[in-house]
Design a protein around this ligand. Structure first.
Ligand SMILES: [Zn+2]
Ligand SMILES: [Zn+2]
Length: 209
């Protein structure tokens, strides 16, 4: 039987056009590796697709005054065409709203849940009383604690490039209404990656690249 090689390439957010950084960063290296493996007789499965769930999509949609689905539809079509035009040899380039993707994800999550690898935990997250909603990282803006840039995002400061936790921001503000959000407890599901630590370390140990 042929060796099987799975290549899962980063899923681009369907919120804007791709640029050369996307291509150089993940698609071209993955494509070279996939072609190399196929030439060596391996059974390759290289997959990716449009991530239609991220807050970058809802932010673009709110800016344009259209639905998030409209933004996702537009850029999924564009990305898929771009990948074909560039000759990136995906075996599958789908989208997160597709039935095939949903079923695979549900199946994987259910199996992990049944085996006890997914657990509930309470964490603190920013909540805007005025908007009546929890605010994902990109819906929070404030002053960067490193460079004092006043419009740093909850997840990153575009001025100095540092990755941030929304709680690091000075004077955090809701990006929708500008009011100060409060911290509230919220329940989330977490994947117990730590339970795979020994297995992963063991697998890494004899790799020299
Ligand atoms: Zn900064
Ligand atoms: Zn608000």
């Amino acid at each position: 039987m042929k060796d099987k090689v799975f290549i899962g390439v980063a899923w681009p957010y369907a919120n804007g056009s791709l640029h050369l950084g996307h291509l150089a960063g993940c698609y071209l290296p993955a494509d070279i590796f996939a072609r190399f493996c196929r030439m060596n007789g391996k059974d390759v499965l290289m997959v990716s697709g449009s991530d239609e769930h991220g807050t970058p999509i809802t932010i673009t949609a709110e800016k344009e005054g259209v639905s998030p689905q409209e933004i996702a539809d537009r850029f999924h079509k564009e990305h898929k065409e771009n990948m074909e035009q560039l000759g990136i040899s995906f075996d599958l380039f789908t989208r997160t709203s597709g039935d095939f993707h949903k079923n695979v994800v549900k199946d994987v999550v259910r199996k992990l849940y049944e085996k006890g690898f997914i657990y509930e935990k309470e964490t603190e997250a920013f909540y805007c009383e005025n908007c009546g909603r929890f605010l994902p990282d990109r819906y929070i803006e404030g002053t960067c604690p490193y460079c004092r840039h006043e419009h740093a995002r909850g997840d990153q400061c575009d001025e100095c490039g540092k990755l941030l936790d929304p709680k690091d921001l000075i004077n955090p503000r809701c990006k929708i209404c500008g009011k100060e959000p409060t911290l509230k407890n919220t329940k989330h599901l977490f994947f117990a990656l730590s339970r795979f630590e020994d297995k992963l370390l063991e697998w890494m140990r004899d790799k020299h690249h």
